[in-house]
Design a protein around this ligand. Structure first.
Ligand code: SF4
Ligand code: SF4
Length: 164
């Protein structure tokens, strides 16, 4: 067992200096945020995106949410007998981005899914209750490509591989 004196002047100092020197030569990974955008992984779970035109008003996302962050209001159109979503509000202040709401959503593409936006800080918690007109963003690719369509990483929801 080494004594405190051995630990101070032993190989530990040299090893840590070696780590520092190695990192001096490696490519820098820090970026000048927020001037530069941070790289975000394809499965990143940020602020939700909701598509009213895709949603069928089944309320599964509202019922599965473990912290009751989703509040929906809907009515049945007497003409078409379809459920119309009047309100889809999400309290991003209590949501912990588990992704269960996206997972249970039965539509394809998903009517609710987690997007890349994470810049939500505010001084007022009440501003973290987002209504559906704030939960906007691009639609995800459908999980099942159309018949005859070429299957690529992008069509499966992944990123295209860089050219070899
Ligand atoms: S990500 Fe999880 S906690 Fe957030 S709204 Fe969806 S189900 Fe609720
Ligand atoms: S689970 Fe999907 S389809 Fe059902 S209410 Fe929620 S967003 Fe709409």
């Amino acid at each position: 067992m080494s004594t405190p004196r051995q630990g101070l002047f032993g190989t530990g100092v040299l090893r840590s200096m070696g780590v520092s020197l190695r990192h001096l030569l490696l490519r820098k990974r820090t970026i000048q945020y927020p001037e530069q955008a941070a790289g975000i992984g394809y499965r990143f779970r940020g602020r939700h995106i909701f598509h009213q035109d895709v949603c069928i008003g089944c309320t599964q996302c509202e019922r599965v949410c473990p912290v009751i962050a989703i509040k929906m209001e809907e009515h049945k159109d007497p003409g078409t007998r379809k459920v119309v979503v009047d309100r889809f509000a999400l309290d991003l202040g209590i949501c912990y981005y588990c992704g269960l709401c996206e997972e249970v959503c039965p539509t394809d593409p998903k009517a609710v899914h987690l997007g890349p936006d994470f810049e939500l800080s505010t001084h007022d918690r009440r501003l973290l209750v987002y209504e559906m007109d704030q939960l906007v963003g691009p639609k995800p690719p459908p999980s099942k490509p159309k018949a005859g369509a070429p299957v690529t990483p992008a069509s499966r929801g992944g990123e295209a591989a860089p050219d070899a």
